[in-house]
Write a new protein. Structure first.
Length: 332
């Protein structure tokens, strides 16, 4: 992920944009994929690094014990002009490189990435479509093939007011989410805008502003006046958002649930709403509230999108539908 100042986040999960930028500059690039795990590992299968011929790298494949060796190996693979599969840790040829957990991992070094191939991945990513790439031995060669899934970026939309809403969006942005605020409160919008969050005004409680929510979207309501939230809840429930949360006490959430049931929503639909939002409750700190909710969002994401890879080629790439949704009338 490229920062506003033009630098690159060295610990980004998404490395294709960096690799593509360097290829466009005429530099050679290796894309290194965590291909197999024997034992435990700090990163999941499919995690990637992109390494240039000059040793510049984005992404990570361990807790910090392996990256220097990966860069060296990637440069050697680029100089040789051939892909390779290398084992590190237990039973590896590299006796001086051992993983602290006593495990072993295999990394696949791909030095054949082209601008055309990566542009297809980038275009799908920007269009919020899922795309896939098969990683492994060349056609005709024997060996395990992995299908690497490239999903759209996570999106965090908060409708609400106050410091906790601003803190949640700031944490989300730092954590790599696309972020958006919908708020009637000018100071909250100003605070979020200063942090680089898209901030849009809300004008009345009787109408929910349109917002785009697909299956990679988390939507959180953070109003103290809960009359603001019902149209947004209806809109969120009509979407594929992987997480819907609402701030407030347990008593408030019980009343919220009953109002939605009375409006015709099913028990299964209403059960999608996490309330009170967050992994832990009762804190009076905006920072702690934000941490609690973001942790619950990430837990939900991990549950719904557990793996970056599959062993069998999937069907045609999935598109994450992000039709702009509006609310049904929730006024009593």
């Amino acid at each position: 992920m490229q920062r506003p100042d033009g630098s690159w986040d060295p610990f980004a999960d998404q490395v294709i944009d960096f690799a593509l930028a360097r290829l466009r500059e005429g530099k050679r690039v290796a894309i290194v994929t965590l291909f197999s795990i024997d034992g435990a590992a700090p990163r999941q299968l499919g995690a990637q690094m992109a390494v240039t011929e000059a040793g510049e790298a984005v992404g990570y494949l361990s807790g910090g014990c392996l990256e220097r060796a990966v860069i060296t190996e990637a440069i050697e693979a680029m100089e040789a002009g051939a892909n390779r599969l290398v084992r590190y840790g237990k039973d590896s040829q590299y006796l001086d490189i051992q993983l602290p957990c006593g495990s072993a991992i295999a990394l696949y070094f791909d030095v054949t990435a082209t601008i055309a191939r990566l542009e297809k991945l980038e275009q799908a990513y920007l269009a919020r479509e899922e795309s896939t790439v098969e990683i492994g031995p060349a056609p005709g060669e024997q060996g395990l093939m992995l299908t690497r899934h490239y999903r759209p970026n996570r999106r965090l939309i908060v409708a609400g007011v106050g410091p906790a809403a601003a803190q949640l969006l700031l944490l989300g942005k730092v954590s790599g989410f696309e972020t958006e605020l919908l708020s009637p409160d000018a100071p909250t919008r100003a605070a979020c805008a200063r942090d680089g969050v898209l901030a849009r005004p809300i004008h009345s409680t009787g109408h929910a502003e349109e917002f785009a929510a697909d299956a990679r979207t988390a939507f959180v309501l953070m109003f103290h006046d809960h009359e603001w939230e019902y149209e947004f809840l209806a809109a969120a429930l009509a979407s594929e958002a992987f997480y819907i949360g609402a701030q407030g006490s347990r008593m408030v959430h019980a009343a919220r649930r009953q109002r939605l049931l009375n409006a015709g929503f099913s028990a299964a639909e209403v059960a999608r709403i996490r309330g009170p939002a967050g992994l832990f409750h009762g804190t009076k700190s905006a920072h702690a509230i934000a941490v609690s909710i973001l942790a619950e969002i990430m837990e939900a994401e991990q549950r719904q999108f557990p793996s970056l890879v599959s062993l069998d080629p999937p069907p045609v790439a999935r598109r994450y539908s992000a039709a702009r949704v509006t609310a049904r009338d929730m006024r009593p």
